[in-house]
Design a protein around this ligand. Structure first.
Ligand code: MRU
Length: 345
């Protein structure tokens, strides 16, 4: 099925250039930036022009094509492309989809005498299309778990964060279309406000009403008894089911368990890192403290205050009710059921 134009597209390949929707400017401006080389794309990933685990992986894959186009005619093309892959890998540490996609691209270089531009492009396109298909499938599987009620989501795990349709927002889109969701609540998601700026914008494009809340209000909302599920995406899931996602996800999971609200993680299997045994093996990105001390370029914190700014946290597996992947649903995740899903048993 061709799903490609179902939702907003944040990543576009235009012949010999990569176009990225500048997510820093949303929702007030819809600007596409053009990229012609891999180091510039690595910088765009670092600077949050494009963000969200699957979207970062897809973007990096296209950047490897740019690298092969730029260096392909040179004698030492392979060295240059591998150097660009290293640069891309250093852009953000937590989302494993980045390394997964770069590994797929690196494999295309093996045994190639000349820069394999066509097969690199075909691989990047496959990574992109497979992600959209996985999201639609997860949407169906996740929606089937929901009976009725309101839901809370955190950050943006939507079309903007993926190839299209979204992981958590894919589930929400599918469940909303079936009349299973009353209100979609979105955490504003400090400090980058992915909830307020991106999730709200993206859902409203699809005429799905959205109600914002400060993440500190989530416990109060859950105590009302209206919320049936918290639904989030992930940047990396360890082999034991521990889930790294946007900072604040862990608090939501604790709150959810306390209030009898169920907690769903929707993520493609490219987000599951079987090399990471548990949370301890997941690197957590620390970002610039100014992201917290300032707001919209203006200092808001008292002069002299410092800030701790981890971009992600890890929710222990025991707080997760369901992990929804394109290969199936894992209830109460643990090492055994994750390994069974990943090996196809
Ligand atoms: O810092 P970001 O905006 O890249 O963080 C994104 C998230 O935490 C998303 O929830 C996660 O990548 C899943 S996206 C489908």
């Amino acid at each position: 099925m061709n799903y490609q134009h179902n939702t907003v597209q944040a990543i576009e390949w235009s012949g010999r250039q990569l176009r990225l929707l500048d997510q820093r400017a949303l929702p007030s401006q819809k600007i596409f930036l053009e990229y012609g080389n891999a180091p510039a794309v690595a910088e765009a990933i670092q600077d949050m022009v494009v963000r969200g685990a699957p979207a970062i992986g897809i973007t990096a894959a296209y950047a490897v094509v740019l690298s092969a186009i730029e260096h392909g005619a040179r004698l030492n093309w392979r060295q240059s492309v591998l150097r660009d892959i290293e640069r891309l890998a250093a852009s953000r540490p937590t989302a494993v989809n980045l390394f997964w996609a770069l590994n797929r691209m690196r494999q295309c270089l093996e045994d190639a005498d000349v820069a394999p531009i066509d097969s690199l492009l075909a691989e990047a396109r496959s990574i992109h299309v497979e992600d959209i298909e996985a999201n639609h499938h997860m949407g169906e599987l996740g929606a089937a778990l929901i009976e009725s009620g309101d839901v809370i989501t955190h950050c943006n795990a939507g079309a903007l964060a993926t190839g299209g349709y979204g992981t958590a927002l894919g589930v929400i889109r599918s469940a909303y279309a079936r009349g299973k969701i009353g209100t979609v609540y979105a955490d504003e998601t400090r400090p980058w406000l992915q909830g307020a700026r991106l999730t709200a914008w993206e859902l409203l494009q699809d005429d799905i009403p959205v109600t914002l809340l400060c993440e500190g209000a989530a416990a109060s909302l859950m105590s009302s008894g209206r919320v049936s599920w918290v639904i989030v995406g992930s940047d990396r899931i360890a082999a034991n089911g521990d889930v790294a996602n946007k900072i604040g996800t862990y608090s939501l999971a604790i709150n959810a368990r306390h209030h009898g609200v169920r907690f769903m993680v929707a993520a493609p299997t490219s987000t599951i890192d079987m090399q990471a045994e548990s949370a301890a093996d997941i690197p957590i990105e620390q970002r610039n403290p100014l992201e917290i001390l300032n707001l919209g370029g203006q200092r808001i914190a008292a002069e002299g205050a410092t800030a701790w700014n981890p971009a992600f946290d890890v929710t222990p597996a025991e707080l997760v009710d369901a992990i929804v992947t394109e290969k199936g649903v894992i209830m109460n995740p643990n090492t055994r059921n994750i390994s069974a899903l990943m090996s196809g048993d």
